[in-house]
Design a protein around this ligand. Structure first.
Ligand code: ZN
Length: 158
């Protein structure tokens, strides 16, 4: 298990749109190792979520710590439905160290994704979990939370 270097903004790699996680890579040793490394990187950095592009891999994989210290990998995650209601909360990002700000997101989302074996699963997330899913899936499209901040709560330039 190796912790990888997390790329930080304004690194252009963070703005690349990630491609679908390829079918043929499910169930391989490489995928298992990469997933473990991504989880380890998130743990070392004390994150509750991480996306592959944050370590320079442009494939659609995210890790979400779903609570109880049980990080889970989601491959090709897609938001299939979202609540009309939005909530505002303070966010930060491993790729934007020292910066925190208020972001408005859907209060609940339904996410379909493949698990590490390539099997489809559907998850319903609310509150913090819903926010983490939206934040991490944004990374796969090259979007950072600072693009959506309505008010900074902590910024080196404040
Ligand atoms: Zn982030």
């Amino acid at each position: 298990m190796t912790s990888k270097t997390v790329l930080t903004s304004p690194n252009a790699e963070l703005r690349v749109i990630s491609s679908e996680f390829p079918k043929e890579e499910f169930g391989t040793k490489e995928t298992a190792a990469f997933t473990r490394d991504l989880i380890e990187t998130m743990r070392v950095e004390n994150g509750i979520g991480i996306a592959a592009p944050q370590v320079g891999v442009h494939k659609r994989v995210i890790i979400v710590d779903v609570g109880n210290n049980k990080p889970q990998a989601f491959f090709n995650p897609k938001i299939t439905s979202k609540s009309f209601t939005k909530i505002e909360s303070e966010e930060g990002c491993l790729s934007v160290p020292g910066v925190f700000g208020i972001v408005k997101r859907h209060r609940s989302v339904t996410v379909t994704a493949q698990n590490i074996k390539g099997l489809n699963e559907t998850f319903r997330a609310e509150g913090l979990m819903a926010i983490v899913f939206q934040h991490e899936i944004d990374h796969l499209d090259g979007i950072l939370f600072i693009d959506k901040v309505t008010r900074y709560t902590s910024h080196p330039k404040l």
